[in-house]
Design a protein around this ligand. Structure first.
Ligand code: HEC
Length: 136
């Protein structure tokens, strides 16, 4: 599948707060980022990454920050923060994303992604990580 076009993303904010504000303003001008993208805290994201390593999301997905494996049978999660609906169907909200990564067939009937052995809080951490993918 084609790589997502990231060239349309605004410059990523580095340290200065004004740059960050400008970046956020640009982002919200072209599309609404989920609120959690701004709030998601780094500790939750770090837990999310290790949960993804443990349960093996990389077997099917290429995921930034996960060096190996880089599965090709499922959509790449590179630039995931830049997509619209989750799996083409679900509104891209933190709650929906957590529900989807934990039990995709329940969240989206007919989804080919299997339910994953994540607790509810692990699923929220995974969602926090996915929303921060382009944020570092
Ligand atoms: C057995 C392979 C497999 C594994 C393991 C797997 N997925 Fe998926 N994933 C898929 C498939 C297939 C889809 C497309 C499903 C659909 O469109 O309904 C998908 C879709 C997704 C999406 C939506 C992507 C988009 O572009 O909308 C996300 C996010 C996601 N998976 C995250 C995860 C996370 C996080 C894990 C680990 C907790 C994981 N996946 C484990 C196969 C897998």
């Amino acid at each position: 599948m084609p790589m997502r076009d990231r060239s349309k993303l605004p410059l990523r904010p580095v340290a200065p707060v004004w740059a960050m504000m400008a970046g956020l303003a640009l982002l919200s001008a072209c599309k609404q980022p989920p609120a959690s993208r701004i709030d998601a805290d780094a500790a939750a994201a770090a837990r999310g990454l290790s949960a993804m390593e443990t349960v093996g999301c990389g077997a099917c997905h290429e995921i930034p920050g996960l060096d190996w494996p880089k599965g090709r049978t499922a959509p790449s999660l590179v630039g995931f923060d830049d997509i619209g609906p989750i799996a083409g169907q679900l509104a891209n909200t933190p709650a929906n994303l957590a529900a989807f990564v934990r039990n995709a067939p329940a969240a989206k009937p007919g989804s080919l992604m299997p339910a994953m052995p994540l607790s509810e809080s692990e699923a929220r951490d995974v969602a926090a990580y996915l929303y921060r993918i382009d944020d570092d």
